[in-house]
Write a protein of this length. Structure first.
Length: 217
């Protein structure tokens, strides 16, 4: 994970962001539990399998961690010998909790553990790590977030190059003011049900590398 040194942020980048992450996660955990625990019971009642979806994702420096989400899909991947798309696997209740971003609330545990931040580039898949250019790999210079600059500026309407460029822009411009702006934009999109937390696998084609592209983006 080499590249240019991140700039800006000062004391906030060094420790203030982490302190605020812990304080807000502790504050939000009790009310979040009131939503997550009943939702887990519904998930278990509707379809077989664990209530939580746990997957290895790359964190700061590319270090793997277990990301927690409320499961919103059935475990079945085929029907009558036909592979099911992600959209077909999403349950009715799964669509509801996604629209309300309840499925992301278990990531408060990831924040408390130090795996994630409230704001940062979204953690993608482990298999993408060797496909990044040095520029794209700079997204891992900070902790991944529940929401981020790319999420509030187009999300899955963006190309992969655009998404990575926004992620690295965030790394270089990280500040308390910017994080507050992203929180406000995220809340507005969640309240308007604009699908800020739609899973990458549902509407975004997998990242396959940079053949034929510039090595700078």
């Amino acid at each position: 994970m080499t590249g240019m040194k991140p700039t800006g942020g000062g004391l906030y980048r060094a420790f203030g962001k982490r302190v605020l992450d812990i304080l807000f996660a502790l504050f939000l955990l009790p009310p979040a539990a009131l939503l997550v625990l009943p939702s887990m019971a519904v998930v278990k009642a509707q379809s077989p399998g664990p209530a939580l979806f746990i997957q290895r994702r790359p964190g700061k420096g590319g270090k793997p961690f277990n990301l927690y989400k409320l499961r919103t899909m059935i475990s079945q991947t085929e029907r009558d010998g036909r592979p099911l798309s992600d959209m077909e696997r999403v349950t009715g209740f799964g669509r509801v909790v996604r629209a309300m971003s309840i499925d992301e609330l278990p990531q408060l545990l990831n924040i408390l553990k130090g795996d994630m931040s409230f704001i940062g580039p979204r953690p993608l898949l482990m298999q993408y790590l060797p496909l990044y250019t040095p520029f794209q790999a700079r997204r891992h210079e900070v902790r991944p977030g529940i929401s981020g600059w790319a999420q509030v500026n187009g999300r899955n309407a963006l190309t992969w190059d655009e998404k990575f460029t926004l992620d690295v822009w965030y790394v270089d411009h990280l500040s308390l003011r910017l994080d507050i702006k992203i929180v406000g934009m995220t809340l507005r999109r969640v309240l308007n049900r604009e699908g800020v937390n739609a899973d990458e696998g549902v509407t975004m084609q997998p990242f396959t590398g940079n053949e034929g592209r510039s090595n700078n983006v």
